[in-house]
Design a protein around this ligand. Sequence first.
Ligand SMILES: Nc1ncnc2c1ncn2[C@@H]1O[C@H](C[S@+](CC[C@H]([NH3+])C(=O)[O-])CC(=O)[O-])[C@@H](O)[C@H]1O
Ligand SMILES: O=C(O)C(=O)Cc1ccccc1
Length: 243
Amino acid sequence: MNSELDNIYATANSQVADFVFDKKVAGVFNDMIRRSVPGYGQIINTIGDFAKSFVTENSNIYDLGCSLGSATLSIRRQIEQRNCKIIAVDNSESMIQRCNENLSAYVSDTQVELICGDIRDIAFENASMVVLNFTLQFLPVADRNALITSIYQGLLPGGILVLSEKLRFEDETIQQLLDKHHLDFKRANGYSELEISQKRSALENVMRPDTLTHHTKRFTECGFSHSSVWFQCFNFASMVAVK
Ligand SMILES: Nc1ncnc2c1ncn2[C@@H]1O[C@H](C[S@+](CC[C@H]([NH3+])C(=O)[O-])CC(=O)[O-])[C@@H](O)[C@H]1O
Ligand SMILES: O=C(O)C(=O)Cc1ccccc1
């Protein structure tokens, strides 16, 4: 999966536009997310491991906000179950175009249907696994419960939802502690203070993290009886909810 170096925010701008998943972002995304999200690689690998355990033959798997297809590739590498289909959805044409290139580079028996569209418009059915890997945080808060409910209703009994998100903390001491270590992670990965500051400004109107308490409450409200955090690094976490 080729990717240029992310230097999108390396030059000072008097006006930083809201972050969009456009062609420029898609071109550097693999570099951007690995240098910005601690534990991303581990989460991607483990999504494949979860798929090996949870995907059932003749079922559907949904990768919502698939970006370049890293989660879809991880799932496709791991599953041996027959007659499954992965439905990978993203509303960025640039992401879908690159995702298609990435998926075409590998031969696989597992069918992948790529949809350039809004995940809120997807009808979920016969699903053994659904992945929301750092996507829900970009949806309006008011739309999140309806999506999780729709996912729950479309999951087969025993099906799994993997939800990874940046977290917000009510406790200001914890928020500041984990924010600091996240920014140190970005610094250690070569981002300048200017890049960190300008990216934060670009994200503030388009990415709205929830608290872990809210995620857990939402799982229960939307029908799930089993959920847990399985991974957390600083203010980034991945959760599982099982039907
Ligand atoms: N309403 C929407 N409908 C469809 N796509 C959307 C919507 N809103 C945002 N997106 C898409 O969700 C993705 C979020 S990135 C996911 C990483 C990937 N899951 C990964 O495992 O590498 C995470 C991040 O950038 O932090 C982008 O590709 C958006 O175009
Ligand atoms: O939360 C942050 O500071 C990020 O940079 C996360 C991120 C990673 C990739 C695209 C958009 C946001």
